[in-house]
Design a protein around this ligand. Structure first.
Ligand code: ZN
Length: 422
């Protein structure tokens, strides 16, 4: 199935029409497409196989070697059963404590800050450190303007280039993060306007997280358990926080919080008609305002994090890289090429800008008899990973064995080679 993210990226304007025609908030009256010629985010011109130096004559049919067979790409990185991702909103004094809590349990999150709202000047150093261990910093605009109702005229003004592009450039200027993938809507305002989506897309954001219907408690359990159909109006699974803002309630009961994760992990709630759920383990996405938490190992936030953490079959990843991964996995092509000196060889490529999409993907191979193998990527040996090691990065390269399977995790636009050792 091709998701809306691919449609929107690859087909441009016709995709917008498609998305608007779907049920949901729906198109807004009198709204004309502003920019029918917008460029897709990060799609490179030309043939990716050619960039790899592969000619048509190098390609061959699959399955010529019965000992090493390519089975396909895994749904999540490293064949994880489920994904845990979190988002933290707002520039407040509580951000460092919230990051400390995440780090205690190995949870990776997207930290959405307003880049010209104090105490941001006191937060940058901690944010830089967070990026270095696998968190993401996202834009929550520069000034965090909000208004109810969020009229079109308010959104046209609030979503200025200064706010959208300026906040992105603030993050790039203050940190070493190579790209800003994620936008988080202040107060959840303006997330339903297609012209806002287009402005965010033009500034290079891949995904924008909403905060739906705060007044009536829509934020408590939006219950998204997979990737959002429209990445520029992306929900999450549930909040983990006390009552705050204009919301009628919070969500702090540990059994409820943990049960929702269990549901996503097991994929039990899946039904054929639901587009938000999926059988067999999905994406668990919690969001929190650090100023509406209690800290300490005996409090709901850390107890929930402790429940989520330390699972070898879960992929811990921030939201932006998780959405980039969706695009990468849907656009990556794996082609068998001529074997050489006993190496089975595969060209793995996509036509996306690797500066934006620096993600790894995982290829699964069946190795006859579970025999020992060695693996190379781009001519260099890949390290083998222990089975229980946590999956908490999105751009590393390695392989690991699971019975007769070899799971090879690489960044695309490379040639992967496998060879039996004995
Ligand atoms: Zn906010």
């Amino acid at each position: 199935m091709i998701s809306s993210v691919t449609r929107k990226l690859l087909l441009g304007v016709s995709a917008l029409v498609l998305v608007q025609a779907m049920p949901g908030p729906g198109p807004l009256a009198g709204q004309a497409p502003e920019d029918s010629d917008h460029a897709p985010v990060g799609l490179l011109p030309g043939d990716p196989l050619q960039r790899l130096g592969i000619a048509a004559g190098d390609l061959r049919g699959a399955g010529s070697n019965p000992n090493i067979r390519y089975l396909g790409m895994t749904r999540f990185l490293d064949k994880a059963r489920a994904v845990v991702t979190g988002t933290l909103d707002d520039s407040t004094d509580f951000v460092p404590r919230a990051i400390d809590a995440l780090d205690k349990y190995g949870i990776k999150a997207t930290i959405a800050v307003s880049t010209q709202r104090e105490p941001i000047s006191l937060l940058w150093e901690r944010l830089r450190e967070a990026i270095s261990i696998g968190h993401e910093v996202a834009s929550h605009s520069r000034r965090h303007q909000c208004q109810w109702p969020d009229t079109e005229s308010f959104c046209r003004e609030a979503y200025s280039q200064d706010e959208i592009v300026g906040s992105r450039d603030d993050i790039l200027g203050k940190t070493e993060q190579p790209y800003v993938w994620t936008w988080v809507y202040p107060c959840g305002n303006c997330a339903d306007y297609e012209f806002v989506h287009r402005r965010l897309m033009q500034a290079g954001y891949l995904v924008a997280r909403n905060y739906p219907d705060e007044r009536r408690g829509g934020i408590l359990v939006p219950d998204l358990q997979t990737w959002a159909r429209d990445p520029y109006n992306a929900a999450f699974t549930q909040v983990v926080q006390k009552k705050g803002g204009v919301a009628p309630a919070g969500r702090t009961e540990l059994p409820d919080l943990n049960a929702k994760f269990d549901e996503v992990y097991k994929g039990e709630a899946a039904s054929g008609s639901s587009i938000n759920k999926r059988y067999g383990g999905g994406i668990y996405h919690f969001m929190s305002h650090p100023q509406w938490l209690d800290y300490g190992t005996d409090k709901f936030f850390e107890q929930h994090l402790a429940y989520l953490g330390g699972r070898p079959d879960v992929w811990y990843v921030p939201m932006g890289p998780l959405y980039a991964y969706q695009v990468v996995s849907e656009n990556t092509v794996v082609r068998p090429i001529q074997s050489k000196d006993g190496w089975e060889r595969f060209a793995v490529c996509h036509g996306l800008d690797p500066a934006i999409y620096n993600n790894s993907i995982t290829l699964e191979f069946r190795v006859a008899g579970g025999r020992k193998i060695e693996v190379r990527s781009a001519g260099g040996p890949l390290p083998e990973r222990a089975p229980k090691q946590l999956i908490d990065r999105w751009n590393l390269e390695y392989f690991r064995r699971a019975g007769d399977s070899a799971l090879v995790t690489v960044r695309p636009n490379t040639i992967v080679e496998l060879r039996l050792i004995d």
